[in-house]
Design a protein around this ligand. Structure first.
Ligand SMILES: [Zn+2]
Length: 211
């Protein structure tokens, strides 16, 4: 039978009681503030909960999730999250995490129109088109897997094109961007790319902070 909202509220009470019995000041301490070291940009897919798959506790990850883990520079929601995480919370790592069996990527590979979300997924369609020479010879399964990987790498690179990340690097901050793939079939994370301030940002995207 499907889970009911009341059960979720009940589970929350059990969880809070458990936390308190282990540490009576758990919530008082938590309410004092956060200082996560990671910003997590992941897919909204219900099977990829950032904290669960990384064994993280509340307070450790600052999280933004959207369909197909995209970094779009006109997405004011995500850009605000990135700015707050980098500038105020001073996170040391930004993780872009994609996953196998991603419905967003699959929809972007299909000729079918899904309505409003077509516009969001257009970013992946553009990416598939840019990499068509590599993708076209592959089997449908291999093509989907590769596009999921390429999407993670592209979004990690997109982060380096933002003035938020570039300003942090310009100020000498230690900030590393990681592109990871979560394999639904194994439950394991695979490291696809790591980018630090030595990364050669293409000139077209480079800001000059001395100006
Ligand atoms: Zn997904």
């Amino acid at each position: 039978m499907a889970k009911q909202p009341e059960e979720i509220i009940r589970s929350n009470r059990d969880w809070a009681a458990e936390k308190l019995s282990a540490n009576p000041s758990y919530f008082r301490d938590m309410a004092r503030g956060q200082s996560p070291q990671f910003l997590w940009i992941g897919c909204s897919d219900s099977r990829v909960p950032a904290e669960d798959i990384t064994g993280s506790s509340p307070g450790e990850l600052f999280v933004a999730r959207n369909v197909a883990n995209l970094v779009v520079h006109t997405d004011m929601n995500l850009m605000s999250v990135i700015e707050y995480a980098v500038t105020q919370l001073k996170v040391q790592h930004i993780v872009v995490c994609g996953h196998t069996d991603c419905g967003g990527v699959r929809a972007a590979m299909s000729p079918k129109s899904y309505g409003m979300i077509d516009k969001w997924l257009r970013n992946i369609r553009d990416l598939a088109y840019a990499h068509r020479a590599e993708l076209e010879p592959l089997s449908p399964e291999a093509r989907e897997r590769r596009l999921i990987e390429l999407n993670v790498i592209e979004q990690a690179r997109n982060l380096t094109h933002s003035c938020i990340v570039q300003r942090a690097w310009n100020r000498g901050r230690d900030l590393t961007i990681h592109g990871w793939l979560y394999e639904m079939e194994t439950g394991l994370l695979r490291d696809l790319i790591a980018i630090d301030k030595a990364f050669p940002i293409p000139e077209a995207y480079r800001y000059d902070f001395s100006a």
